[in-house]
Design a protein around this ligand. Sequence first.
Ligand code: 5AD
Ligand code: SF4
Length: 464
Amino acid sequence: MRKMTNNIISPAGHISDLLPDQNKPRVYIETYGCQMNVADSEVVLSILAENGYSVSFDPKQADVILINTCSIRQNAEEKVFKRLDMFSRIRKNNPGMLVGVIGCMAERLKEQLINNFQVVDLVIGPDAYRKLPDLIKEAGTGQKAVNVLLSREETYADISPIRMDKNRVSAFISIMRGCNNMCTYCVVPFTRGRERSLDPEKILREVNNLTRLGYKEVTLIGQNVDSYLWKSKETDKEISFCQLLEKVARAVPDMRIRFSTSHPKDLSDDVLSVMSRYNNICKHIHLPFQSGSTRILGLMNRGYTREWYSERIKAIKRILPDCSISTDIITGFCSETEEEHKKTLSLMKWAGFDFAYMFKYSERPGTKAAKKLKDDIPEEVKSRRLTEIIELQNKLSQTSKTKDLNRVYEVLVEGASKKSEADLFGRTSQNKVVVFPGKNHKPGDIVKVRINNCTSATLIGISV
Ligand code: 5AD
Ligand code: SF4
């Protein structure tokens, strides 16, 4: 491995500013899972850049490969195991290279990763990233390094992330870490620890940094943003999510603001009312419902009923008539009957979701569901139920897009469309993707587009 220097590359910035440098050890990071992991990889890169690392976009050219992992479902973990096999082949030609597993799988599997995969030199949990430079040094001496301590305080609030997005238009700020909800199916409380919120001043500083870097949109992220709560040690004053959202909206009136994920038991009318008062807060809420059956919601320990969820949807539609709503659904949870599955379908139809992430239940070792409930829905039943849910959502997505025909939307341009270089793509405030002929526009512009066609996934239009 190359010698490390103490050069500070940049306190903040974009990955493309960290050009590969032959004189510095080069790190390659691959990220799986949710937006929180993307935000964490950006923090990791910042820590390493400050400690004299350069970046590599090709694992074959790297001195250190880090894989930031997800444990949420078994198939997420399987993807990572396949990548480790791949990295093990790459390392054959570069024996000095170090391979580290970081993130949720590191936290869940700990030493097992080192014991079962010869290629793994480092295992580092989500609260131990500050130790990365030291641990890499330690692993460089041939000693395998593990740090999976969870913290009640770590938020990385003082670290300005190095952004890894492609277009420099939209970025994430993690406003809280961990989760206290203990949904019975979910591994996150075990892999990411207890909830803690970031100092609002640090969040505002990062929002301002993003404006300076030319970003036009920020998404405030956390496992359950509605339970964001900052208590000042000096004054004892508390700041809630609703207050934070308003502060951010006022601080950067020209920037679009999004947030995710909301929890139905905590989403308040106050948040909806702040959204209605600020044009720059995007009109989209991601509100996972998981199941349409109150009995299953109870087994999942979600803390709300079908009726409560429906009432929250009504509140959104009342207070924010042009707001889009997306959701997460788990099908085939322990003991789910056919009738309960139909309740999920009927809630979907009633709510008319604009978009949904849909999953088969995947039992996670160590969770309450794994310990106390039987994963008794056969795989083929889970698959069939998932297909029914996906087919219904496709229709609902199509209906949602069809309603937008002939309307004019402000679209924040993100880049060139995948299918044609002549077309651009961007998003409406409602988070719907719009494709339109580029003309003279560029990423970061807000363009008024009239919608004249659509698929279930995309709106198509022309600028007006
Ligand atoms: N099996 C399937 N889906 C899960 N999710 C969380 N845990 C599991 C699991 N064990 C889904 C939920 C959550 C989303 C991020 O992932 O729908 O909202
Ligand atoms: Fe993100 Fe959850 Fe996956 Fe961890 S387990 S990476 S928190 S989705």
